[in-house]
Design a protein around this ligand. Structure first.
Ligand code: CMP
Length: 142
């Protein structure tokens, strides 16, 4: 079993879509090993998205991710990174496949409802960014 980090972004909470997104996570067989609601600070958002520093959308991204609370979750499943990316759909909702979360809910490439890690290495880094080992429940099934 692998893990990935999901973030339910500010636009998701602002439009009361948390329940719908979690429903889809559970329906698709992910195990939630950690979950919390936080209001990201500017420093946290800049650190989390450090890889995008210098890109034209960086300031807009940090501004958006700090405008209101988010839900961060560690998800476990076989091939968790790819499975969560498949459920999210393409970053730009215009390119997202029917039935994906971003096709259904995202407003734009910036306000795109959910985040997911893009590799196992980044998943490990991103989960550790928000959760300590003791926060993570290893299995709900005994
Ligand atoms: P996410 O998966 O959270 O990782 C980086 C984010 O940057 C991405 O989702 C988008 O929301 C955002 N992003 C990428 N490209 C652009 C862009 N051209 N304009 C605004 N935001 C962008």
């Amino acid at each position: 079993m692998k893990q990935t980090l999901a973030i339910l972004k500010p636009d998701c909470l602002q439009r009361n879509l948390v329940g719908k997104v979690i429903d889809r996570i559970e329906e698709n067989g992910f195990e939630i090993s950690g979950m919390k609601m936080i209001k990201m600070t500017k420093e946290q958002a800049e650190g989390f998205y450090a890889v995008h520093q210098g890109k034209p959308f960086f300031a807009e991204l940090v501004e958006f991710m700090t405008e209101s609370p988010v839900v961060v979750a560690a998800l476990r499943k076989e091939n968790a990174v790819q499975a969560w990316r498949d459920l999210m759909g393409a970053t730009n909702p215009e390119n997202a496949a029917p039935g994906t979360l971003r096709k259904e809910y995202a407003e734009s490439i910036g306000r795109n409802t959910v985040h997911g890690s893009d590799s196992d290495a980044n998943a490990t880094r991103e989960i550790a960014f928000f959760f300590s080992e003791s926060d993570l429940i290893l299995t709900q099934k005994g």
